[in-house]
Design a protein. Sequence first.
Length: 350
Amino acid sequence: MTADPPKLSCQNLWKVYGPRANGFFAQQQNPVDRLAAIRADDHIPAVANVSFDVPAGEIFVIMGLSGSGKSTVIRCLSRLVEPESGTILLDGEDLLQKSKDEMIDIRRHRVGMVFQHFGLLPHQTVLGNVAFPLKVQGMKPDERHERARKMIELVGLAGREESFPRELSGGQQQRVGIARSLSGDPELWLLDEPFSALDPLIRRQMQDEFLRLQKMLNKTIVFITHDFLEALRLADRIAIMKDGEIVQIGTPAELVSNPADDYVAEFTRDVPRIKILTAHEVLKQKIASAGSADTENGGPSVSATATLDQILPTLASSGGSLTVHTADGQILGSISVSDVLKTLAKESAS
């Protein structure tokens, strides 16, 4: 049985800034030599040979420090920025081969975008802002207003349809931006640091709201942030970028347990391990050291993706053993208090 193809596939993507950017792609070079030549000629490789796949329904977070190239990547995905080279496949269709008019249609109907600055129309009400993309699509007024009202209710702003942006808080304005991006029911949802301008408490609330919406809608998402704790809360997988390149891709637990280099380790250094390590990670380390999954002696059942802080209360009241299962109910093995302590001890020593 073969795995389903990814919803989004980005392969060997390059974006170079400088007067002779295209010239570096007229000749055959391996990526390392090309990158060296670009930098030697005082050009800026904002995105350098970036590749990743995003399965349907995944939250894929790209993070890095300012200037790492993460926001340029997401703009290349929607072709708001034109890359010099690469492939961007959405359901197998190469977006870089689409005409300007075709890309406009794709952005209107298949790709939703949310940015750090809300970009709301100040002269339009909440209803008008959310319905605006549907108006551009040519949807009839009654239909678009009905759809917009559903999206407004979905993000918790029912009753504020006739308010103007100036009458809303920052968190409420961002909810309007989210509702507007979802109004066309996009297949791919691109979010570029959508919560970074918000106060910490409101930001936490918006992260909760985002996860609630994803649980309901199951969108394929590329989410940009510079905040590792935010990435840990939201991501199924994380890509860490530095100087235009992807340094490492992995689950939060993989990045914390096995950082590719000192740059990744610095991001993960202060993260509480019990909030990251999962039951599956404990089970993998148990099998690696003991050679057995011990499926016969499990206690209460927990998900393989549950983090240690989520399972510790159950573990404490279970008599010392838990059965670990996949999302579809397949039993992987059992873990004990001792297994958890050994995993935490190993992480603390690394």
